[in-house]
Structure formats: structure tokens, C-alpha cells
Design a protein around this ligand. Structure first.
Ligand code: FE2
Length: 280
């Protein structure tokens, strides 16, 4: 598209997309441009003013069916296939858990057998400092393993369960009767091929990957943490510092992410989220 430009942000991950007109209904050409950029850069940043929720939903819906959040209490009243990411409770009080929620490395929905393809977040209110979101490139993480480690990882299968990974303990008492999580493991190959780019990528995370099926628990956790440390080296990440109106789109398959967990607990942080199940 002639009016769209894409500016890389990180060494291998992250790009800014300029020139999208949200007042126009999203077109096939825009969708194709964004999906191509997602394949290459994995995380896209669109800057602008806060959008009406219906406009944000129409944009997100252009990419595929949207998934309702696992926790009903976060769902948007009018559009239940959108959800709030907020540290403000319904009565206006601050939820202290909001600061640290999702601050360990994860991929959304890896604990389901059919994880979503894209995540989207759009910021309405941001704290005065902190509160960034950090993404790691899991294609580059695979490419930069040595050959022995690539071969070893390719022979392993991840068992995923909500919050059951070595970094997921913060979730133990945070879930309530309102959740619809499954208690069976989701089973995912640790190395897979990205369907649109053909690149190999690691699929594992410290929050929901409970163990590798082929290994004993202790060995499994040690290996998982070693690989996560490798994947999240500074040269392999993009850190997004939020401004009001930012819209982020990321590939759930080829990245892991976490909240920095470092913003003042008495400042509002409110975003709307869309989870794209799969491309139409
Ligand atoms: Fe997340």
C-alpha cells in the first residue's frame, strides 16, 4: 500500500507502522500489508489517538474471529470478544495485582490446544512511568541456539497448563470461580515451523510450560529456564514504552512477552485487548 510505511524498531523484532487511517474501514490490502509485516517483524506498533471501542473491534475483526477472554470479569460489556487489561477494579479501586499480572514470560493461551494467532492491545490510560511490555523473538531464539541444542529442543514436547510453569506461581490464588480454564495439559511441539514465513521457532514459556514430556521434572525445568534466558537476551527483545493511543499487534506464535511489572500501583493503566483466534 503506497500510503503505509514500516519502520523497524529492534534488531530483529518490532516495527512501527505509519499511515493507517482508522476512520476508513480496514481493507484487504491493509490486512495483507499488516500480516506480511507481522511475519517479518512479529510486533507492530501503530501510534495515534484512542479509538472508539467499536472501531478497534472492527480493525481486529478484519484479521479473524476474536476469542473471548478466559476470565469473564475482564470481558467488555458490549463486545464480549474484547477484554480489558486494567489495574482498576469495577468500584474504581486499584487492584495491586494489576502491576505484576502477566509479568513473567508467556505466550497468550499456550495452555490451550489451539492457541490464538495474534494479540492486540490499545492503550486508553497509561501510568506516568513504567508499565512497558517486553517481547522476545522466538524465531531468532531458535536460530541462535547451537546445532546440538536445536536438535535437542526439536525432540521435545511441551506440556502447558495455565500458570503451571516454573514462573507461573503468581497465578496460584489469582484465579477465581469465574474462570473457564481447562485442567488438562495442552501439548505443543517445542520447535515448530511458522506457517506464513517457514521459519523455525521455539514454542515454550516459563509461565504455562509445566514440563517437557520426554524429561524428568527437575531436568525439564532447568532446561526450560536455560532456553528462556537465551531467548530473552537484550539483543533478542523489543520493549514497548506505552503512550495513550498506541495500538500493538503481535504474533503469538513466534514471540513470548511479559509486562515489566514496574509501574506505580496507584496510577491507572487501562487497555482494551483483542485476541485473534486464527486468520480467516
Ligand atoms: Fe499476555
Amino acid at each position: 500500500m503506497a500510503n503505509i510505511s514500516i519502520v523497524p524498531l529492534g534488531a530483529t523484532i518490532g516495527a512501527r507502522v505509519e499511515g493507517v487511517d482508522f476512520l476508513e474501514p480496514p481493507t484487504e490490502a491493509l490486512r495483507d500489508t499488516i500480516l506480511a509485516a507481522i511475519g517479518e517483524y512479529k510486533v507492530l506498533v501503530l501510534k495515534g489517538e484512542p479509538l472508539p471501542v467499536a472501531v478497534f473491534r472492527a480493525f481486529a475483526r478484519k484479521f479473524g474471529p476474536l476469542q473471548e477472554h478466559v476470565l469473564r470479569k475482564y470481558r467488555h460489556d458490549e463486545f464480549p470478544d474484547l477484554s480489558w487489561l486494567t489495574n482498576v477494579a469495577e468500584d474504581g479501586s486499584f487492584d495491586p495485582f494489576g502491576v505484576v499480572r502477566a509479568s513473567t514470560w508467556h505466550s497468550d493461551g499456550s495452555y490451550t490446544q489451539d492457541p490464538p494467532e495474534l494479540g492486540m492491545l490499545h492503550a486508553f490510560e497509561v501510568p506516568s512511568r513504567g508499565g512497558s511490555t517486553i517481547f522476545a523473538d522466538m524465531c531468532n531464539a531458535y536460530d541462535t541456539l547451537d546445532a546440538d541444542m536445536q536438535s535437542r529442543m526439536s525432540g521435545l514436547t511441551g506440556l502447558h497448563r495455565h500458570g503451571a510453569g516454573p514462573g507461573g506461581s503468581m497465578y496460584e490464588n489469582a484465579l477465581d470461580d469465574d474462570q473457564e480454564e481447562k485442567t488438562n495439559d495442552a501439548v505443543h511441539p517445542t520447535v515448530s515451523v511458522h506457517p506464513s514465513t517457514g521459519r523455525k521457532m521455539l514454542y515454550l514459556n516459563e509461565t504455562h510450560t509445566r514440563k517437557f514430556r520426554e524429561l524428568e521434572l527437575k531436568e525439564s525445568v532447568a532446561l526450560l529456564q536455560k532456553v528462556i534466558t537465551h531467548a530473552t537476551r537484550p539483543e533478542n527483545i523489543y520493549t514497548h514504552h506505552w503512550s495513550v493511543g498506541d495500538l500493538l499487534i503481535w504474533d503469538q506464535r513466534s514471540t513470548i512477552h511479559r509486562g515489566a511489572g514496574d509501574f506505580p500501583p496507584d496510577e491507572r493503566r487501562v487497555k482494551i485487548r483483542a485476541i485473534v483466534e486464527e486468520f480467516d
